[in-house]
Design a binder for this molecule. Structure first.
Ligand code: NI
Ligand code: MN
Length: 228
C-alpha cells in the first residue's frame, strides 16, 4: 500500500510506510496548498521541472529538513548553488534504484526555466515512482503525447496523476486520451482550479475515463488516498 496525499496543485506526498517522498512541493506560494509541519518532514523531494509552481519550496525543504532532492541535473546544480547539500541528479532515461524503490524520468512537453532570470532548468519531466510494489506516474506539466502509449506498455501503471487544467498542460479531453494511452488502474487529476487560467471540472474527467476501465479519484488539498 502507498498513501497518496494531495497537497494541492501538482504537489503530492507519497508514503510507503517507511519513506516519504514529496513531489513538486509548491507550498508557501500556493493559494491552495494544505500541509502539516509533520508532512513536511520527508526523506526525498522530487521535482518535475524548474517552474516556480513545481520547484516551489524544494530548496528550503532540502536545506532545513535534510531531505534529498531528486531532479534533473540542471535543477540539482541550481539547487546546489543555493545551498542544497543532498541531491541526486538524473535525467530522462532508464531510472535509478533508491531505498524506497526507483525513480525514472520520462519526457514531458513543456518548459523548465528557473526563476525570473529564466535560467536553464533542463528538460521538463514526468516521474515514474516504483515503491511497495506499486507504479505511480506523475506526468508533471505536459501536453498530450503519443509516447504515453510506450510508458503504459513498459510499466503496468497502478496510478496516473495527470494535469487536466488546460492552457499550460493537457485539458480534460486530452487527459482522457492520455488515460487511453497509459491504461492505468486508477487516475487522479491535478493542475486545475489553482487560478483562472486552469479552470477544469474534475468530475467530467472521472466520468469520461470510467468507460476506459480506469477508476478516477478526486482529492481535495489535504486528502489522502490509500493505493492498494
Ligand atoms: Ni510548468
Ligand atoms: Mn505548472
Amino acid at each position: 500500500m502507498v498513501k497518496v496525499t494531495f497537497i494541492g496543485h501538482s504537489c503530492f506526498l507519497l508514503d510507503n510506510g517507511k519513506e516519504k517522498m514529496l513531489i513538486d512541493p509548491f507550498i508557501s506560494g500556493s493559494p491552495v496548498a494544505k500541509i502539516s509541519a509533520e508532512q513536511k518532514k520527508v526523506d526525498f523531494v522530487i521535482v518535475s521541472h524548474g517552474h516556480g509552481d513545481h520547484l516551489g519550496d524544494a530548496i528550503e525543504l532540502c536545506k532545513s529538513g535534510g531531505a534529498t532532492l531528486i531532479a534533473n541535473d540542471e535543477i540539482c546544480t541550481y539547487s546546489a548553488s543555493k545551498g542544497v547539500k543532498k541531491y541526486h541528479p538524473m535525467h530522462i532515461g532508464g531510472g535509478f534504484k533508491f531505498p524506497f524503490g526507483s525513480i525514472k524520468l520520462t519526457i514531458a512537453h513543456h518548459g523548465s526555466s528557473l526563476g525570473k532570470e529564466l535560467l536553464s532548468g533542463g528538460e521538463p519531466a514526468g516521474i515514474i515512482v516504483r515503491t511497495n510494489g506499486k507504479v505511480i506516474y506523475h506526468a508533471g506539466d505536459t501536453g498530450l503525447f503519443l509516447d504515453m502509449k510506450l510508458i503504459g506498455e513498459l510499466d503496468k501503471i497502478d496510478l496516473a496523476i495527470l494535469p487536466i487544467g488546460g492552457n499550460f498542460t493537457m485539458d480534460v479531453p486530452d487527459a482522457v486520451r492520455a488515460v487511453e494511452f497509459l491504461k492505468p488502474r486508477k487516475a487522479i487529476p491535478m493542475h486545475y482550479n489553482t487560478n483562472d487560467f486552469i479552470k477544469a471540472d474534475p468530475q467530467d474527467f472521472i466520468e469520461k475515463i470510467k468507460p476506459l476501465g480506469t477508476e478516477g479519484i478526486i482529492l481535495n488539498p489535504g486528502e489522502t488516498y490509500e493505493l492498494k
